[in-house]
Design a protein around this ligand. Structure first.
Ligand code: FHN
Length: 444
């Protein structure tokens, strides 16, 4: 090959690599799925694994420094004979949720599905012997609820997760392995998930941050190559409509279809790993949060969020143009904690009355704040007031003309004044709702 041909071949090679990584063009099915996702607004997150047996959260292996040998005893005690996919899906539906995202494999490396890639899975290693994901996915498909699979990139059990990341380093019994084998293992598992469980609405990656430089305040550079373009292409090739999200706590990477925010509304950073406003892109958004203070079942967790907090968080998420993925950590017997069942029922009832102002809406024109967020659908703008102590409220920089302003609950008129670009609302104390007073605004 003469030098010119070599240069041309090199340019084509670089172009192809760059093009496939940076110019991801979502398929028509994928774009349609994104629209569905944005309309859905509310989903159920489920963190369930053999760790639930210990009732100390999903990080128990790392936190209690359990060795590989010790942790490997847990599957023997995991026998959730009271698990009823029917009850779970009904619970989610009654709560007004449109999809379920369940952990297929968390950081402990234990697969909650019948993988053929190792024996460390619910079918081969537990007395239960049944494929949890298949049971749940089948029920979801039957009931019109979409199913997403959470998939941990990091693995404290698989030796091929090597070099190791920042966590799990005090777990005895881990050995050195081969990163390229680990990538192939993940590809093989993802292929199983995307070929054996019917339509999968999304893959929810987590753990990327384990392999990033971290100075205690902010992330530095990536320490490994996750081969995202290969993994993302594989997923989209197998199921083009499958939405990819990655909880990497940074701006989205090409190939992803939605952006996620953990325990923080988009642009907020109360956790220390939240997003900065410049990281927020145009993709559909999803905020995930816990119903109490834990992801996996935690016996000592008393921080159950009140009904008011849960509804307000859902409303706030919608006011930021985002879905809420609300987590429960089922108990080792397969049941959901009774207090969580009650809370979910409450949210469901609330949505039956007020869902019009949440589902199929987009972020409204008023900047979200503590006391107010807004959503929008067609010509209607919904103003959600979250502080029941307010008797009046001024919306500044409001230069639009009003056609009507009414209480959502009974369609009665709201008293207001418009002076310059300030809209002053006077609330009727009788119409104030202790959780969320909603006004419907139509502009001229
Ligand atoms: O370490 C995990 C944690 O266990 C949980 O799965 C959450 C869910 O967003 N994500 C990680 C922390 O960022």
């Amino acid at each position: 090959m003469n030098i010119l041909k070599k240069i041309v071949a090199l340019i084509i090679f670089v172009f192809n690599v760059t093009f496939s990584q940076t110019n991801y063009v979502p398929s028509a099915e994928n774009l349609e799925a994104r629209e569905w996702f944005e309309d859905a607004r509310f989903g159920l997150f489920v963190h369930w694994g053999v760790y639930s047996v210990l009732g100390d959260g999903e990080w128990v292996m790392n936190n209690q420094k359990l060795s590989i040998d010790e942790y490997e005893k847990l599957p023997n005690f995991f026998n959730p004979v009271e698990f009823s996919p029917k009850e779970w899906v009904k619970m989610a539906k009654d709560a007004g949720m449109k999809y379920i995202t369940i952990t297929s494999r968390h950081h402990d490396g234990f697969s909650m599905f019948g993988t053929k890639q190792n024996k460390y899975n619910v079918v081969d290693a537990t007395p239960y012997k049944r494929d949890i994901l298949k049971l749940l996915a089948n029920e979801c498909h039957k009931e019109g609820i979409k199913i997403f699979f959470y998939y941990s990139l990091l693995d404290w059990h698989n030796d091929d997760y090597f070099p190791r990341g920042r966590t799990g380093n005090e777990i005895d019994g881990r050995n050195d392995g081969d990163w390229s084998k680990y990538i192939n293992f993940m590809k093989a598992q993802l292929t199983e998930l995307l070929t054996g469980y019917g339509p999968v609405a999304g893959i929810w990656f987590d753990g990327h941050w384990d392999q990033k430089e971290w100075d205690g305040k902010k992330y530095g550079k990536d320490l490994v190559d996750w081969k995202y373009s290969e993994i993302y292409n594989l997923i989209h090739d197998l199921q083009p409509a499958c939405l990819i999200g990655n909880n990497h706590h940074i701006a989205t990477i090409p190939g992803e279809d939605f952006q996620m925010f953990e325990k923080d509304l988009p642009g907020k950073n109360t956790t220390g790993w939240g997003s900065s406003p410049e990281d927020i892109g145009e993709l559909p958004k999803e905020v995930c949060n816990t119903i109490n203070g834990s992801w996996g079942f935690n016996l000592r967790d008393r921080k159950h969020k009140s009904n008011r907090e849960l509804v307000q968080y859902l409303v706030k998420a919608a006011g930021y143009g985002s879905n809420l993925l609300l987590n429960v950590g089922p108990m080792p017997n397969g049941k959901i904690q009774p207090e969580h069942l009650e809370s979910l029922k409450f949210v469901g009832k609330w949505l039956t009355k007020f869902g019009e102002t949440i589902y199929e809406t987009s972020q409204g024109p008023i900047d979200p704040a503590n006391d107010i967020v807004s959503t929008k659908k067609g010509e209607k703008i919904y103003l959600h007031f979250l502080n029941s102590k307010l008797s009046k409220f001024d919306i500044k920089n409001f230069d639009k003309k009003i056609k009507s302003l009414k209480y959502f609950s009974d369609d009665s008129k709201v008293r207001y004044k418009k002076k310059g670009d300030i809209l002053s609302i006077n609330f009727n104390p009788k119409k104030i709702d202790s959780i969320n007073t909603i006004l419907t605004l139509v502009l001229k």
